[in-house]
Structures are given as structure tokens and as C-alpha cells.
Design a protein around this ligand. Structure first.
Ligand SMILES: Cc1cc2nc3c(=O)[nH]c(=O)nc-3n(C[C@H](O)[C@H](O)[C@H](O)COP(=O)(O)O)c2cc1C
Length: 504
């Protein structure tokens, strides 16, 4: 008899980094079989989107950038799609290594492995023929994979959710497992979902900027969505579906047909060898039928720590005004490689945290995630460890101590953890989460944490601060640092601080 209620908890435990595990790891990177971070479809028809971008010059081809005032009606529609895809996951920088260039994207990715693929489904959309397209980031083109209308099939796979009806464009985000498991083995599933969450964060903001609302669907019949895209399920599977609808469209907030649907729990034959746990977790979290979400309350950690008085953030400005600088911020976003150890201010920290949760982006289920902050150097705040209440928008101090050494150690000795001014931790009570959403909870948690991470990224960059995600950490050491129970799973870490500016 297994002692795990779910495969997700088993997977989580067995993919924890421990000092002993890292020291004894025999994994070496197989550079002969290094994955390629994009898909090639020779002989398929393509639609060039590059010359429609709002850039000074076209980095993708010799075709010059076209002046928007000269766009045809069709090009106007394609330009919107081009912007959406480019500022979501397009190529925004290149490092000219000797053997081959390394392309960096508008979304960050653990290890720069980019496991997330984006497919676009068009159905009755003016300016783009019905069909299924793959977004080729290397050329900024759409590759037509299938000619025809698949909306009915998609709708069926999404349990005929009425929120889908008014959409004529749909995105399917998939994870190409090997791209990330090549380096991170079974633990890669965490990073694939976090990476995809970052992509979702961009989609949410960019869509809004373009007058669209991105409706996020996590609950769908996996087999049917994968089949629509003709995916080889051993290699790649769908993680999220997004309907792009008019911004003014009313969504069914309390609809019986939730967009975050549970899967079953599947702890049968739980003992599985290393190397197949990633695909096992994904497959065991697949959905075949629509099960209602059980009405359970996720324990609020704050109720237990009320003894420490709350520290509120003064709101110095009404969130961020992205009107003129969302695209610039996305293009200049890079993960900080080195912090100066200088302080950020309490107000800056408050603004970044506030932006992560407000005004209400489309998350799967935020109630599952808890937020903690280790303060290394923030003016206006004592050093130590804090709980952040996303609803109350305040902090409660848990530990009064300089934690730099501990954070440095638990981030696997990465200097980012030591020199960051503040380090944000997202954790979740995994046993409650799987009770609510079955094995699928693991996806939702990591996709949401990545999404939050992307908002923290953009808020930091917008204020000329530094930021980097940390996907590699000694899990149990984080619990020790935060003083949270063992069953609380650490999902993601984001470091924030003052970047060391490159010497001019
Ligand atoms: C989920 C996730 C985990 C990451 N983990 C680390 C990490 O542990 N250490 C690190 O230095 N950078 C980490 N990064 C940053 C990536 O290395 C970075 O995104 C990638 O090299 C691409 O560079 P860019 O973000 O500047 O575009 C992480 C990024 C993501 C999205």
C-alpha cells in the first residue's frame, strides 16, 4: 500500500533536490542529443508575420517593416496576431556564440530550453483562414498545419464551455518534454509548467493591451486536444488552452462549467522508476470527464500567524500604467545575472507584489498558493522572513534575522539568492490542492506560479530593477527557512534586487 494519496505528492517528493542527491548525481548533459527549441515543418505553407511588427527593422527577414497606415484589412488582423505572439514568446535577443547563435525570448525559460510551443487555431476569423497553425519563433511566421475548422472539436474537448463560443482565435500551449528533461530529468515537469506559466503571463497582459481578453482553460480532455494538434503524446502534450475574446465579453464567473477542472487521483502502482515520472505525472493528471470541483477551503496560513502585527504598503501609485511601455518592458526584460546587494525600497517591493495579484489576472486558482518573502535588504523593512497576504496586501514578519546565507545555500549556492534584496517564495499545501483538483493540481500550481513570476518580472523591469526566477532549490531547506510544515510544497522562487549594470 502506498502512503501517498496522489501521484503528484509522490512525484514531488522524489524530484526534490537534496544536498546528498545533488552531490551523488551522475547526470551529465548529452550535448550530442541537445534538443532544438523550436519545431521545423518542411514543405508546409507559411504566413509571414515579421514585417508587420512594430519594430524599427525586421530582424527576421529582408522584407522591410511595413508602415501600419499602409496595412490592408487582412494585414491589420495579422499584425495583431504578430504582436501577440512576438511579445508573448518571440525572439527578443541573440547571443552570437561561435558554433550557433543562442536566441532569447520575450518569456524567460529555465536553462533557456524553451519547452513551450504555441499553436494558433483560427475559426471564422477575418484575416486568417480557418485552420491550425504553429508559431515559428525563429522566422516569426505561422506554419499552417491543418486546413479547416476545428472549433467544434475544440469545444467538445473543452466540455462545450460557453466561454468559448464568441472566440475566433484560440491558443494551445504545449510542453515539449525532452527540451527540458534533457537537462532537468524528471524534475523538468515543474519547470515546463513554470515556463508555460510565464508565457501565459505575457499572453494575459499583451492580449489586454491589444483589446482582447485571454480566457484561460486548464480543464480539457487531454487526448482530444492532443489529437486535434496531431501531437506525439510521448513527446509533447497540451498544457493550457486560451480563448481570445473581445475585452468587453462577459465571462461566466460562476459558471457550472469551470475552466479549472479536477482530474482523478491516481496512486495505483505508484512506484515508478526514474526517467518516466515526468510523463507518468502528466498522463495521470489527464481528464476524461468533467468532475465538479469539491467545495473545500484551503487553509489560510495567515490565521495561524496573526500574532505578528501586519505591515501595510502605502500605495504610491495606482499600479502600473502599461499603455506606452508594455512592449518595451517585455523586449528589454532579461533575467538578472548579478545583483549589487543594494537595497530596493519597501514601496517598490509592495508595487511588485501588488501587481502580481491585482487587478485580477486570469489565474487557475490563486487560493492554492501562499507567498513568503525573505528580506535581505529592503529600506523600510527589517531583515527577515515575511508572509505576504495577497488579499490584505500586507506583510507579517515571521523571522527576524539576516537570511542571506540560508537563501544562498538553498538556491543551490547561486549568488542571486545571496545578493538579491528580496526573495519571493510560492508554496502550496499539496495534499489540499490534490484533494481539490486531483493530480491536475500540480499543473495548475506551477502554471499559476510561473504566471505570477512573469508579472513580478515585468513589474521589476518596468522599475529598472533586477529579477530572476529560480527553479533549482533544496526543497526541504525552504520549508525550514520559512518555518512551514513539511507537506507545504515549494513551487517557485523569484529573486528581486538591484542589477549590476554592465560596464559601458
Ligand atoms: C522557471 C524558471 C526557472 C529559472 N531558474 C533559474 C535558476 O535557477 N538560476 C538562474 O540563474 N536563472 C534561472 N532562470 C532564468 C533563466 O536562466 C533565463 O530565463 C534564461 O536563461 C533566458 O534568459 P532571459 O530570461 O534573460 O531571457 C529561470 C527561469 C525560469 C523561467
Amino acid at each position: 500500500m502506498s502512503t501517498y494519496e496522489s501521484y503528484a505528492e509522490y512525484y514531488h517528493d522524489l524530484t526534490k533536490y537534496t544536498p546528498e542527491g545533488i552531490a551523488s548525481s551522475k547526470h551529465i548533459l548529452d550535448f550530442g542529443n541537445q534538443p532544438v527549441p523550436y519545431k521545423e515543418y518542411p514543405n508546409k505553407k507559411t504566413i509571414d508575420l515579421s514585417y508587420l511588427l512594430p519594430l524599427d527593422r525586421n530582424p527576421f527577414s529582408d522584407v522591410g517593416i511595413k508602415n501600419p497606415t499602409d496595412f490592408t484589412k487582412e494585414e491589420k488582423e495579422l499584425a495583431l496576431i504578430s504582436k501577440l505572439l512576438y511579445f508573448t514568446n518571440g525572439i527578443t535577443a541573440m547571443i552570437p556564440y561561435e558554433d550557433k547563435p543562442f536566441y532569447m525570448r520575450s518569456s524567460p525559460s529555465a536553462g533557456g530550453l524553451y519547452p513551450t510551443e504555441i499553436y494558433l487555431i483560427s475559426s471564422g476569423h477575418e484575416g486568417l483562414d480557418d485552420g491550425i497553425y504553429n508559431f515559428n519563433v525563429l522566422k516569426q511566421v505561422l506554419v499552417k498545419l491543418f486546413d479547416g475548422n476545428v472549433k467544434e472539436k475544440l469545444s467538445k474537448a473543452l466540455f462545450d464551455n460557453p466561454d468559448l463560443e464568441s472566440g475566433s482565435l484560440f491558443l494551445v500551449l504545449t510542453g515539449v518534454f525532452y527540451r527540458s528533461s534533457w537537462r532537468y530529468q524528471d524534475r523538468a515537469y515543474r519547470r515546463i509548467c513554470l515556463d508555460t506559466g510565464h508565457v501565459i503571463g505575457n499572453i494575459d497582459l499583451v492580449s489586454d493591451h491589444l483589446g482582447l481578453k485571454a480566457l484561460l482553460f486548464g480543464g480539457f480532455k487531454d487526448k482530444e486536444v492532443n489529437e486535434i494538434l496531431s501531437l506525439d503524446e510521448d513527446e509533447e502534450q497540451a498544457l493550457a488552452v486560451i480563448a481570445l475574446v473581445n475585452k468587453d465579453k462577459k465571462v461566466n464567473e460562476k459558471s457550472e462549467k469551470s475552466r479549472t477542472i479536477p482530474s482523478r487521483l491516481d496512486n495505483k502502482n505508484i512506484k515508478t522508476p526514474e526517467g518516466i515520472r515526468l510523463i507518468q505525472l502528466h498522463n495521470r493528471s489527464s481528464i476524461e470527464e468533467n468532475v465538479k470541483v469539491p467545495d473545500i477551503k484551503i487553509e489560510n496560513i495567515e490565521e495561524k500567524i496573526k500574532f505578528s502585527s501586519s505591515i501595510s504598503f502605502e500605495k504610491t501609485k495606482e499600479n502600473f500604467n502599461w499603455q506606452n511601455n508594455l512592449f518595451n518592458t517585455i523586449v528589454k526584460r532579461r533575467s538578472t545575472r548579478s545583483y549589487s546587494s543594494d537595497p530596493i525600497s519597501k514601496e517598490e517591493l509592495g508595487l511588485m507584489l501588488d501587481f502580481a495579484y491585482h487587478p485580477g489576472p486570469d489565474y487557475f486558482d490563486l487560493s492554492l498558493l501562499q507567498t513568503f518573502v525573505a528580506v535581505n535588504n529592503v529600506t523600510g523593512l527589517e531583515e527577515g522572513c515575511y508572509f505576504y497576504s495577497k488579499d490584505g496586501r500586507h506583510l507579517r514578519q515571521l523571522r527576524f534575522k539576516n537570511l542571506r546565507d540560508e537563501v544562498y545555500y538553498l538556491c543551490l549556492g547561486q549568488e542571486l539568492g545571496y545578493k538579491a534584496s528580496a526573495v519571493v517564495f510560492h508554496t502550496a499545501d499539496l495534499s489540499r490542492a490534490v484533494f481539490k483538483y486531483g493530480e491536475r493540481a500540480y499543473r495548475y500550481l506551477h502554471l499559476d506560479a510561473g504566471h505570477i513570476g512573469q508579472r513580478l518580472n515585468l513589474a521589476a523591469i518596468n522599475m529598472d530593477l533586477g529579477v530572476s526566477g529560480i527553479g533549482g532549490f533544496f526543497d526541504d531547506k525552504v520549508n525550514e527557512l520559512l518555518g512551514i510544515p513539511e507537506h507545504e510544497a515549494v513551487v517557485y522562487i523569484t529573486t528581486l534586487g538591484v542589477p549590476v549594470k554592465p560596464v559601458a
